[in-house]
Design a binder for this molecule. Sequence first.
Ligand code: 6PG
Length: 251
Amino acid sequence: MSGFLPEVTIFPTPEMLAERAAHEFARLSQASIELHGRFSVALSGGSTPQAMYAHLAEEPLRSQVDWGRVYVFWGDERCVPPDSPQSNYGNARSRLLQRVPIPEGNIYRIPAEMEPQKAARQYEETLLRYFGALELEEDRERAAFDLVLLGMGDEGHTASLFPGTLAVSEPTHWVSAEYVEKLSAWRISLTPALFNRAAQVLFLVAGANKASTLVTVLYGSDQPERYPAQSIRPNTGRLRWWVDEAAASTF
Ligand code: 6PG
């Protein structure tokens, strides 16, 4: 990300990273609800945020979040049923959502059991409706998550924006469905067109296996097609990278 100095915080262990991230989620939820009455968040999949979700489901944080004003979306989803162990929705539900008093109507699951392209179009309509942008094109400008949580794969993907996929440079659509050759699987992902409208973007990255890619993504030349995590650069919002020492070991 030449010429762009990222905001990076290094934590000694993944456990400390997860706990601090849970506290930051609670803090941001309070600030967003105070500012405009709700907290719209796109959750990340994968394993890194699971411990964070568990912290949010326990006291003291559980009571510090006004769950009735929290609206949950996903940054991406695997094309599996919601009860699959692979489901990002299923994991967040078991770790967090079924353990806190969040109304069912506040949870916007990606319908990933559907035909992928149809699921992507349907979820995009859900997002447009939620952000009040279904009617007029210019209303899209108002759409912005209060918080987007993201992880990074060891080759530089984020959400389900994988190297070489069209979604990385999709200029208009907010949701894409793509067959990922590397995984031999379909994935549904929000695109940078929506991610980059967020007020806050927080990457959580842990593990030595990500160290060489992380230093390239953060401090190397701009190659978002090769390292899709580099395509996440909020238009006006704050971008932070919270990593553990193992992931930062080549800094
Ligand atoms: C997914 C995620 C994906 C994840 C990274 C890191 O659906 O898997 O959205 O982008 O964040 O692959 O995954 P880990 O946290 O398991 O390392």
